[in-house]
Ligand binder design. Structure first.
Ligand code: CP3
Length: 353
């Protein structure tokens, strides 16, 4: 027995993230709340995106929408990786991706981006407490509640470029070579916003948090070590005293996954490019792996989708594995695909040690 009632109440996902032996592999889906759901589109027709992110009743409702349709093992707070900057007063629009009218490309603008201490004061005991309480009240028994933020590097990609562009972010990559000091000021500032934001999510009751590093893969190995990992490690260090597990989505990290694991994260969420068994061989047994079905697989006929789910489960090895996609779900995804996927994960059967 592990502490009786209290242990029994610990969500399956959290036990899996701690590396415990679990009765089955938990599953949730990156970007599970959003445009593939008609009820999300209906709500968005009446409310702005940023309004949805920071209004407790709207954010909680959208967070819970996929939980009502599907047997997911976690809900994830509805927000965006740019939300902390929005809350810090940085003018941002969504069309549909983030747009900044005033991209930050020098140290003075980076330092003027907003005051992290003021953001922390504004967040403390504020709208996130109410949002998490509303989500908790509607959360199915046994489901975990996840918080999240972007990695400072990935958020900086948008802040320096002024938008998503072609996903190559040349403005930031140039800045790293022309004014490294400015980029450092910017990443420090975003990291401080992020730590304040995640600490408040933890105080509001997040069971675990995920840091989305969608764009680290555009850097070469030296750049990844210089401009991405140190700020992720800082976030992990800041959250460590809370004991709350941290998942890192390391999109495109490939051969750098062992370096990403060395930041001290509890779990690495990996994209679909490489099977989990070969990732496991490189990162060792210490870290939980999350992933990594290709989001395109949700468009396949049910039998083919089930076969792909089974393949991912086998590669995950049944232990220290959380099922997810390799990247966020696509807006055009048929909802039957999501049901088929989650049923197939549950039918994966009990895990043999
Ligand atoms: O997972 C969830 O259900 C929570 C919601 C969530 C959103 N954005 C809502 C959203 C999460 C976890 C994010 C993370 C995010 N945002 C990332 C990292 C994950 C990834 O996909 O790589 C990134 C890079 C962003 C930045 C961003 N926000 C982009 C590029 C876009 C436009 C394209 C897109 O993928 O949707 C957004 C807008 C956005 N964020 C929408 C939603 C539901 C669509 C906005 C709308 O409703 O019009």
């Amino acid at each position: 027995m592990r502490g009786g009632g209290a242990a029994a109440a610990t969500p399956l996902l959290v036990r899996a993230l701690r590396g415990e032996e679990v009765e089955r592999v938990p599953a949730w889906i990156m970007r599970q709340a959003g445009r593939y759901l008609p009820e999300y589109r209906e709500l968005r027709a009446r409310h702005g995106f940023l309004e949805c992110c920071t209004t407790p009743a709207l954010a909680a409702e959208i967070t819970l929408q996929p939980m009502r349709r599907f047997p997911l093992d976690a809900a994830i707070l509805f927000a965006d990786i740019m939300t902390p900057l929005d809350l810090a007063g940085v003018p941002i629009e969504f069309a549909p991706g983030p747009r900044l009218a005033a991209p930050v490309r020098d140290g003075v603008s980076a330092a003027a981006l907003g005051d992290p201490a003021a953001l922390a004061r504004r967040l403390e005991g504020g709208y996130l407490r109410e949002t998490f309480a509303l989500i908790r009240a509607g959360l199915p028994a046994g489901a975990a509640l996840l918080g999240f933020a972007g990695s400072p590097f990935t958020v900086a990609c948008y802040v320096v470029e002024g938008g998503g562009g072609k996903g190559e972010f040349p403005a930031l990559r140039r800045l790293a070579r022309t004014d490294a000091a400015a980029l450092r000021v910017l990443l420090d500032r975003i990291a401080e916003f992020t730590i304040a934001y995640l600490r408040e999510q933890v105080a509001a009751g997040a069971d675990a948090v995920q840091v989305f590093d969608s764009w680290g893969g555009i850097l070469d190995g030296d750049g990844y070590a210089a401009w991405d990992l140190p700020w992720i490690a800082r976030i992990v260090d800041a959250l460590r005293p809370s004991g709350v597990p941290v998942i890192l989505y390391a999109g495109g990290a490939g051969g750098r996954l062992p370096a990403a694991a060395a930041t001290g994260v509890h779990a690495l969420s990996v994209d679909h490019r490489e099977p989990l068994d070969s990732v496991r061989a490189r990162v060792g047994g210490g870290v939980v792996l999350q992933g990594n079905l290709d989001p395109a697989a949700l468009f396949a006929p049910a039998d083919a989708l089930r076969a792909e789910v089974a393949r991912v489960l086998r590669a995950g090895g049944g232990r220290r594995h959380v099922f997810n996609l390799g990247h966020g779900i696509w807006p055009e995804t048929p909802m039957e695909g999501v049901s088929t996927l989650l049923d197939a994960v549950r039918a994966g059967g009990p895990v043999s040690p």
